[in-house]
Design a protein around this ligand. Sequence first.
Ligand code: NOJ
Length: 489
Amino acid sequence: MKTSTMTSTRVLTFSLIVSLLTFCHGDLQQEDEFLYDTFPEGFRWGFATAAYQIEGAWNIDGKGESIWDRFTHRLVSPIIDGSNGDIACDSYHKYPRDVELLKSMGVQFYRFSISWSRVLPRGTNDLVNEVGISYYNNLINLLISNNIIPMVTMYHWDLPQNLQSQFGGWPNETLIEHFENYARLLYERFGDRVKHWMTFNVRILGEATEPYKCAHTILKSHAKAYRLYEREFKEWQNGEVGIVIDSEFMQPDNPDDPTHVEAAERALRFKHGWFAFPVFFGDYPSVMRELVDARSEAEGRNASRLPTLDEEWQTMLRGSFDFLGVNHYTTELVRPAAAQGLPGWSGDQQVSKRKDPSWEGSASAWLKKVPWGFRKYLNWLKNTYDNPVMYITENGWSDDGRDPTNDTSRSLFYRDYINNVLKAVKLDGVNIKGYTAWSLMDNFEWANGFTDRFGVHWVDFTDPERQVIPKDSSVVLKKIFEDNGFVEE
Ligand code: NOJ
C-alpha cells in the first residue's frame, strides 16, 4: 500500500514536472512543439560504454597496463575523488549482468570498447593475450545469443602504457603501424561476428602543438584501419567501419551578428571538422590551415603547428568512413575574440565561448541541457558532410549519485534530446540509423571519478558485488525504445 502510494506520488510529481518543463520550453523560443511520432522502422536503440570506465580487472589474466592505469595510480591522485578504474563496475567479471541489464532495457545493440592492452599487453602484436581475447569472445557471443548486436570501439582512450613509454604515445607516428596491427587482430578474431566497428572515440583536449600531432597520427591510423578492412575483410565479413567524433553544437551568441555566425562556424570546424574534414574531404578545414599557419609564423616557428597531409594520405583519408558516430551532450554560445593565451588549439580559433546561465545544469560543470542545440547540430552535420549515415553513439546526463533512483532531470533530458533527434530525422531528413545512450550504468567518469554519474542504473561502488539499481530514467528510456519514439497517450 505504502509503496504504491509512494509510486503514484512519484509518477504524479514526475508528470507535473514534465508538464511544467514542457510549458517553460515555450519561453525558450528555440524550442518548438513536442513531436509525437515514431522513428523509421529498423531504427536501433542501445547503450554505450567504454572499457576503462566499466571493466576493472586492470592487471588480471595477462592484461597489460594502460595509460589510464598509470595516470590514476599516481602518488598524488589526479582524479577528483582519488578513485580509479581498478575495479569500476567490474564488468570483466560481471559482463553477464551487463547483458541482463541490456536485455531488460529491450535494446537492439550495444556499443562497448575493447581494451587494447587486454588483448595486446604491450600494444604490439608480438604478444597476444588469449585470455583477454576470450573475454571479448564471451561477451560478443552472449550478446548475440540474446539478439543484441555488438558495436565495437577499438580505441576509447586507454592506450597501452608500453606504447606511451617506448614511443611517447600519439605524437609519434610509429603508432600508426601498431594501431593497424591491433585493428587487424580485432577483425581477424571478432570480425566474423562484429559487423560495426568504430576506430576511434575522438575528443582531444590540450594545448601547444601536441594535440595537432596526436590528431594527425590518429587520423592516419584511422585511415589505415579503414582501408585494411576494405581491402582484406569487407568482402567476406560484410561489416562497416566508422569513426566517432564528440562535439558540442556552437550557436552564435548573437545570431543577428554575422561575425558571431562566422565565429560559431569556425568553432565547429576547429572542433568537429578537425577530424571529420580529413575523413570526408581528405584535408583539414581551410580555416584551420590559415589561422594556425599564420599564428605559427607569427610565433617565429619554421613550420606550422598544424601538420600537413600529403596527397597520398589525403587520398587514403578521403571517404574513409561507412558511417559517422555522433557523441553529443551540450551547446556553447560563441562570439569572435582575438587570438589569445598560449599557442594552441583554443586560442587559434579566435573565438570565445560561454553557456547561457539559464540553461539547466547537470552534475558536470560542462554539461548544460540544450535540447534544441542537438537538432541544429544534426542539421549542421547533414549539411556540412552531405548527409552521411550517422549513429548517435553517445548522449546523456549526469547526476551526483546521492539519490539512487530519483533522476527526473535525466528522464526529461532524454525525452527532450531524443525528441529533437526525432525532429531531425522526420522533419529535416537527417540520416540517423540508431542511438546508443551514455550510459547503461554509472561508471568511472575519467578525471571526475565516480562523482559524475551518467547511468540509467545506479551502481554501488562500495559494494564488492557492485549491486545495481534501476533509476527512474531507465523506465522512461525503455518506453521510448519500446515505442520507437513517442506515442501520444
Ligand atoms: C564522452 C566520452 O566518450 C565518454 O567516455 C564520457 O564518459 C562521456 N563523454 C561523458 O563525459
